[in-house]
Structures are given as structure tokens and as C-alpha cells.
Design a protein around this ligand. Structure first.
Ligand code: NAD
Ligand code: DAU
Length: 338
């Protein structure tokens, strides 16, 4: 299979490309990535140097001419669309790039793929399109969309376009919605790597609100496996939920990390809440279990230890991302919220 993966230099895309090339000797992958602050070409530099089944193109999913050109030779069997602006806090500060990439960029990709008759398109979405839960219940694929942040609204817009392309043009798109991922290569603006770095430096760990918001954590490899299943077995036009069966409050996650790192809980600092902060996410993934055979395999305690080990042994990667955008982000973050 020849795959076009978009956003492959980001967190989940990097893990997905590595896993798929490892697992499928007959697959080749072209990675189209714009290299925003979140995209790191060095994540896959070893593949660029030594893996003939991998190639990289720097570019925007919203660039009609480029994408049409990449699909011209009709050798792309399927597209997996990870490319997105992905961080909720940034979308609150400035929604525009989220609409440009997540809505218009996805529509461009769908349209080019439709015109070039690509036979499979997996669109990667998120549990955040469903909004928020109370103390009980789970999101299913039939839960009405009720996004609460500009990020999740833009992802919901993309999901609806994917749906429309199936209904209107019978375009073979499958949409996946997953809960919070964690693992190697996650940019340290997200909760777990951000808290890891703050704890290592003995800086305050900024917990939003009362810290009791709940996320359902899934190790990134388990999400990638779900995407692989959706690619190979998903029904056209269908949405599939993926979850990790690991509901944790943010405060519990941070306390566990401090304990694993041997740091005091006194580093925890409660700061102002995120506007529109969703209280709780939980995923009913029974449809994916039934139709695809999906199940998360790694428990949260093991996955968290594995993730911290990865950050401990990949200090070069952390130094690199900290030296530029991360440092600017942290400076402005602390400046705005102190
Ligand atoms: P990320 O921010 O780490 O990576 C996004 C990648 O997309 C980067 O490499 C970036 O350079 C690239 N990109 C951004 N705009 C682009 C454009 N216009 N054209 C081409 N490339 C572009 O994100 P992530 O955490 O790896 O998330 C990947 C996808 O999975 C996103 O669609 C996100 O909504 C979805 N998702 C993420 C999670 C999570 O917990 N991280 C959970 C569920 C779904
Ligand atoms: O649920 C899937 C989503 O998970 C993905 O669609 C998004 O792309 C991804 O960024 C993630 O969104 P969240 O907003 O849940 O992740 P984040 O790591 O930003 O925050 C996780 C929780 O931790 C959330 O309740 C906010 C809280 N938080 C976050 C940061 C960065 C803090 O308390 N302090 C922080 O400094």
C-alpha cells in the first residue's frame, strides 16, 4: 500500500509512520507536513536517511496545486489526515489558523482526493467534538456534536465536511475520534510533557481551575493501531470512537508524575481556568471493538512510566524543542497567566 500521511512530523503522525513502516514491509509512506511550530522533521530524520519506503514533502494541506500534483500519478492508495492545529489554548488565543488548516485545509484535501479518485481516506478527529460530559455517561458516535472551543469547533467542521463528502459524492472516507493521547514526541505544550519539564526544572506546575477535569488517556501506539484498523477495515462513511479506558483527573495525573519523578507536590500551582474548559471526556468505543477489533492494550500506569522514560532518555529532542518555540511559548504563557 502507498500511503499519503499528512501532519506526519507531529506527535501522533510520527508514531504512526514509525509503527506502520515497521509492521508492514510492503507499505510506503509519503509524509506531507507544513512544519509548523508543532512539526519536527528531525523526528523522522533516520527514516529520511535510511528508509527508501519513506519520503517527506514540506507543504500545506490547503495548497490545491501541490496536493493535486502529489496525487497526479494515482499511486496513492490511501490518505491518513493527521495534519491540524491541535492545541486548545492556542485556539482560544487565535482561532484563525485553526479554521484555515482544520476546516479549509481538510476540505481541500478531501476535494483533491475526490477528484483524483483516491480509494480510501481516514480523517483523524477527536472526542472534543462532542463537548463535555457530566459525572457519568460516555460519548458514542451518535452523541450530538457540541464543541466548546475554537479548536473543537474547527475539528467538528472538518468532520461534517467528511460526512458531506461521503453523503454527496460517495467519497470513501472514514472518520476516527480519539481521546487524549500521550507518549513519545508530544510537544511540551500539552499536559504531560509540559508538567514533566516543569517538574524537572523545579518550576511551578500550572493546574487549571480545581484540577478535577477528567480526561480519558490512551497511549499513542493504541491510537495508531486503531487508525490502522480503520484504514484496513473501517466502513465507508462511518465514524469510530477510540478510548483508553483510563479516566483520570488532571490533578491525579500531575501527582502521579511528581511521585514518579521524586518531586514534591508543593510544586503544584492552581492557576486560572481555561475558558470553556470541558469537564469530563469518556469514550464508548464498542462500535470500534465490534467492527474493527479495537481495544486499548496499555494501562495508564505502565504507559505513563514508559512515556517518562522516553523523555528521560531523549533529552536531545527535548533540548531541541525547548530551544525555540517551546521557550517562547512558556515565556508568553507565564507572562499572560502570572
Ligand atoms: P501535533 O500538533 O503534534 O501535529 C500536527 C502536525 O500537523 C504538525 O506536524 C504540523 O506541522 C502539521 N500541520 C499543521 N498544519 C498543517 C498544514 N496546514 N498542512 C500540513 N501539515 C500541517 O498534533 P497531534 O497531537 O499529533 O494530533 C494529530 C491529529 O490527531 C490532529 O488532527 C488532532 O486533532 C488529532 N487528535 C489528537 C489527539 C491528542 O491527544 N493529541 C487526540 C485525538 C485526536
Ligand atoms: O481529547 C483529545 C484532545 O486532547 C485532542 O483533540 C487535542 O488535540 C489535544 O491537545 C488534547 O486536548 P486537551 O485540551 O485535553 O489537552 P491538554 O494537554 O491541553 O490538556 C489536558 C488537560 O489538562 C485539560 O483539562 C487542561 C489541563 N491543563 C493543560 C495544560 C496545558 C492544565 O491543567 N494545565 C496545563 O498547563
Amino acid at each position: 500500500m502507498k500511503l499519503l500521511v499528512t501532519g506526519g512530523c507531529g506527535f501522533i503522525g510520527t508514531n504512526f509512520i514509525r509503527l506502520m513502516l515497521d509492521k508492514h514491509p510492503d507499505w510506503s509512506i509519503v509524509n506531507l507536513d507544513k512544519l509548523t511550530y508543532a512539526g519536527n522533521r528531525l523526528n523522522l530524520a533516520d527514516l529520511e536517511r535510511g528508509e527508501p519506503r519513506y519520503s517527506f514533502v514540506q507543504g500545506d494541506i490547503g495548497d490545491r496545486a501541490l496536493v493535486m500534483d502529489m496525487l497526479t500519478d494515482a499511486t496513492v492508495d490511501a490518505i491518513v489526515n493527521f495534519a491540524a492545529e491541535s492545541h486548545v489554548d492556542r485556539s482560544i488565543d487565535d482561532p484563525s489558523p485553526f479554521l484555515t488548516t482544520n476546516v479549509l485545509g481538510t476540505q481541500n484535501l478531501l476535494e483533491c482526493a475526490r477528484q483524483r479518485r483516491v480509494s480510501r481516506f481516514v480523517h483523524i478527529s477527536t472526542d472534543e467534538v462532542y463537548g463535555t460530559l457530566g459525572a457519568s455517561g460516555k460519548f458514542s458516535e451518535t452523541t450530538p456534536l457540541a464543541p466548546n472551543s475554537p479548536y473543537s469547533a474547527s475539528k467538528a467542521g472538518a468532520d461534517l465536511l467528511a460526512r458531506a463528502y461521503f453523503e454527496t459524492y460517495a467519497f470513501p472516507v472514514v472518520t476516527t475520534r480519539c481521546s487524549n493521547n500521550y507518549g513519545p514526541y508530544q510537544f511540551p505544550e500539552k499536559l504531560i510533557p509540559l508538567m514533566y519539564l516543569a517538574a524537572k526544572d523545579n518550576r511551578p506546575l500550572p493546574v487549571y481551575g480545581d484540577g478535577l477535569n477528567v480526561r480519558d488517556w490512551i497511549y499513542v501506539d493504541d491510537h495508531c493501531h486503531g487508525v490502522e484498523l480503520a484504514l484496513l477495515k473501517g466502513r465507508e462513511g462511518q465514524v469510530y470512537n477510540f478510548g483508553g479506558d483510563a479516566e483520570e483527573t488532571n490533578l491525579a495525573v500531575v501527582k502521579t508524575m511528581l511521585s514518579l519523578l521524586g518531586k514534591p507536590e508543593s510544586l503544584i500551582t492552581f492557576v486560572g481556568d481555561r475558558p470553556g474548559h470541558d469537564r469530563r471526556y469518556a469514550m464508548d468505543y464498542s462500535l470500534a471493538a465490534l467492527e474493527l477489533g479495537f481495544a486499548p492494550s496499555l494501562d495508564f500506569a505502565t504507559g505513563l512510566r514508559r512515556t517518562i522514560d522516553w523523555y528521560e532518555t531523549n533529552s536531545r529532542w527535548l533540548e531541541q524543542v525547548q530551544s525555540g518555540e517551546y521557550r517562547r511559548f512558556m515565556d508568553s504563557w507565564y507572562g499572560a497567566r502570572s
